[in-house]
Design a protein. Sequence first.
Length: 143
Amino acid sequence: MGARTATLCICMIFLALASTACQMDSRKQALATTESQLALRQIQTRAFDTTDRQLMLRTVIATMQDLGFVIDKADATLGSVSGTKLDGYQLRLTVTVRPRGTTQLLVRASAQYNITPVEDPEPYQQFFTALEKSVFLTAQKVD
């Protein structure tokens, strides 16, 4: 029985080490996922020095339309606008506008290509570049 007990102990130690390694890998993976989500959120979000939420929502709608999106839904109460761009593909963009402190608005865009979230920074950069120009022109009263 001594050899059987020793074999059982070795198997238990091996299983304990293997499960610890799996936990460490899953922790690393969870941390990497959290870091990539944070990086994506930074790409998707911009702060603007204004508190006029209604004007920002109208500017978001105009910008999306200028970029070829058809507005599917706009909700001033929730501060969100959703639109779809059909140009050989289906790109859906949802933009939310919410207060940030007492002097800014936070604008966050979330894009999906078909049903897959877009993680490439380029579409977000294009949207925010166009939005920043629109906000500037609106602030300067240039139409």
